[in-house]
Design a protein around this ligand. Sequence first.
Ligand code: AMP
Ligand code: MG
Length: 407
Amino acid sequence: MITLEEARARVLGGCAPLAPRPRALADARGLVVAADVAATELIPPFPNSAVDGFAVRAADTAGAGRDRPASLAVLGTLAAGQAHEGEVGPGQALRIMTGAPLPAGADAMVMVEDSRLSPDGERVDLAAEAHPGDHVRPAGDDVHPGDLVVPAGTVLGPAHLGVLSSLGLVDVEAFPRARVGVVSTGDELVEGSGPLGPGQIRDSNRRTLLALLDESGCQPVDLGLIPDDEARIAAAFEAGAATCDALISSGGVSMGEFDFVKRVLDRVGEINWMQVAIKPAKPLAFGAVGGKPTFGLPGNPVSSMVSFELFARPALRKMMGHRVWDRPRVTAVAPDGLRRRPDGRLQFFRVAVRWAEGGFEMASAGGQGSHQLTGMAAANGLAVVPDGDGVAPGERVEVVLLSLPGL
Ligand code: AMP
Ligand code: MG
């Protein structure tokens, strides 16, 4: 057996970032920016009003208050998207809306709340003193040309896409989503809702792995369900390698008599067979088919998911340009403890983590067998329990956070 760290080093060392290319903003959320983006324009592009109200010369409102309003002549009304031709002169005001350009001559805004318009709309009484710059957003208040607005390595979120849009950009140089083919192998597997024949079970891994890929920002490609047949497994891997950036199979990598994936991968790829000192997910095949990183995950449903989390997900994130490869970890109290036996392996427990008044707390999420997928379904964390007798009640444990409510 090799350590988790050693196995991860082999896997991550075998995956390189994909070539960046321009991507339409409409399809860029979650992608990693490959080159610094610097601003070429001012944002806002012109000084504009932060309120609905009256653009004035601040000096005209000196000493104004509730009992002694300043009375100014109203030049007209300006909506956002319009520009005023003339100038606001002494004793004059222009009624403008939030976002409208501050007219020439004016240097401050008085909020509509502090104003009273005459019935004919010709004059306005302003009950507040304005100071130069009041309620005015200067040009470039957010961004100046040359500002580094989105550095390389940024994971594009909604606000980044907004910043890029406000600069008039329609695409961005980014690492692509990895196209990842998924294949299930096993003579016992069937799909769909039909009755099960003797010895048959339904394929769950493919659905799960495709969803994990989608959740990880990859482009999942369903390569189907393949029986334990060397020629068909080889054909599936080779066809997948021709169109995908990486391949994932589940099943057929253990010590069983019909573990053909092993034989096929040895023939068509350059594969590293590992026994990793973890539970679940001890067996792992990793290498390349047709130059494409290929993961042979174990067949047991929980094992395939844990193996995906520990090896495939970080590697695929690396390929997609991410600088953080792993899920966040927190420590959580285990009020009931987590019991295990020493076996030389690091054990990952499926746990339900919740925030409990100032700290994280966890409980076992259900059956801990590698075939008990409902435990994984009820879990939002993997507790990392070192070799030994486990965790005593009330102790703190490190947990890989898979999800949190609301996140
Ligand atoms: P294997 O790694 O092929 O020896 O499979 C280990 C266990 O996982 C066996 O009980 C298989 O029936 C089960 N298994 C393998 N592939 C799948 C799958 N795609 N969906 C559900 N169970 C599977
Ligand atoms: Mg099998």
